[in-house]
Write a protein that binds this ligand. Structure first.
Ligand code: SF4
Ligand code: SF4
Length: 369
């Protein structure tokens, strides 16, 4: 892609230089990620500008800049294209390159072998989608392999089985969804994943899907260009099951819970109410709110490939944990595996382990069954 194509595709000449994008960017607090200036430079010079590696890979693709832009531009999509060019030239952090190679080789970015993908599900009596099921539970790479996030998958399974939902999984056939692959600009690999995954979904006649990861939800809904199946985030399905009386919550949880809106669920897809409905339905729970909640939620820095790229400077997840403790919360509830991992790590590094616990909404719900 040349500079002229970038200018046209991202409507760079429509930018009024208001600076709302840079001003709202959570990462610009720690690195010189001046997205307004970068767009301007390409528009004015008509040349591709090279940015430092720290700047280029610092964006979490949280989408706040796009949400704030009064001209309806999407600055982060411009940055993803800049990343694509860097990837083509082999300018990519080694940790990220390894993650992408693992996606191609193993179907996951965590460098784990495919045959271990369903270890978490042993003994849970979950059928393979080939046996016929109304809903495909797309587990995702992190819930399949990370021991902490496997607990979220198990909790969701407990809730679905209790509610009598007819669901199945893809087992070892499941592949990476590609959301992060797209976000770091490896569009060739992303197209390959779309093709492979769509073949698989069509083979099993998938019409409905649920996922515990907003990144998977986002990519299947917005990036696959598909209309053959409907995808739900687990917060939507669980809220629906509670509303329809299919999930009865009998145990009290007497806790103060604060909810952190994941960027890929909230800002990118407008899902703010369902996770809150799930939390509020649990007997004995008091739901608290951050000052910065819903579309103002502070990014945890887990998206856009940042799970594999460390950027020096103050960690936003630590600020978030401090804010949760200051609000008097005992549980910091999330609805995203990356948020769970980054925030749980921040609880440890801030020394708040005795004060607050990070849990997915499915885990909270499973405790109340
Ligand atoms: S997507 Fe988020 S991190 Fe990236 S430039 Fe926009 S506001 Fe900053
Ligand atoms: S918010 Fe939109 S219009 Fe304003 S500087 Fe950023 S890209 Fe330009």
């Amino acid at each position: 892609m040349n500079a002229q194509e970038l200018v046209q595709k991202h409507k760079l000449l429509e930018c009024i230089q208001c600076g709302m994008c840079t001003g709202s960017c959570p990462v610009s607090r720690k690195v010189d990620l001046n997205i307004r200036r970068y767009m301007r430079e390409v528009a004015v010079t008509g040349k591709i500008v090279k940015y430092s590696q720290d700047v280029l890979w610092s964006c979490t693709t949280c989408s706040t800049c796009g949400l704030r832009c009064p001209k309806g531009l999407s600055p982060f999509e411009f940055l993803i294209d800049m990343r694509s060019m860097a990837v083509e030239e082999g300018q990519i952090p080694p940790t990220l390159r390894d993650a992408l190679e693992s996606v191609f080789k193993n179907g996951n970015p965590w460098d784990r072998i495919r045959s271990k993908r369903t270890e978490w599900a042993q003994g849970l009596n979950i059928k393979h989608i080939s046996q016929g099921a109304e809903i495909l539970y797309y587990v995702g790479c992190t819930a399949s392999y990370d021991p902490r996030i496997q607990e979220v998958a198990k909790s969701l399974v407990k809730c679905l089985q209790k509610a009598g939902v007819d669901f199945g999984i893809l087992g070892e056939e499941e592949n990476c969804c590609g959301n992060e692959v797209y976000g770091v600009g490896e569009k060739g690999l992303f197209e390959f994943l779309v093709e492979e995954n769509m073949k698989l979904f069509n083979k099993y006649g998938v019409k409905r899907m649920v996922t515990t990861c907003p990144h998977g939800y986002n990519t299947f809904k917005n990036r696959y260009g598909q209309t053959s199946f409907e995808v739900q985030h687990h917060s939507q399905l669980l809220a629906n099951l509670i509303e329809n009386g299919k999930l009865k919550l009998s145990k009290e949880l007497n806790k103060k819970v604060i909810y952190h809106d994941p960027c890929f669920l909230g800002k990118q897809n407008g899902i703010y109410d369902e996770p809150r409905k799930v939390i509020e339905s649990i007997p004995g729970v008091e739901l608290l709110e951050f000052d910065r909640s819903r579309e103002r939620s502070l990014c945890c820095e887990g998206g856009g490939g940042r799970m594999w790229v460390d950027i020096p400077g103050p960690r936003l997840a630590e600020i978030r944990v401090q804010n949760a403790v200051d609000a008097g919360a005992e549980i910091l509830a999330v609805a995203c595996p990356f948020c769970l991992l980054t925030l749980e790590d921040a609880v440890k590094t801030t020394g708040f382990e005795e004060k607050i616990k990070v849990m997915d909404i499915a885990e909270l719900l499973a405790l109340a069954l």
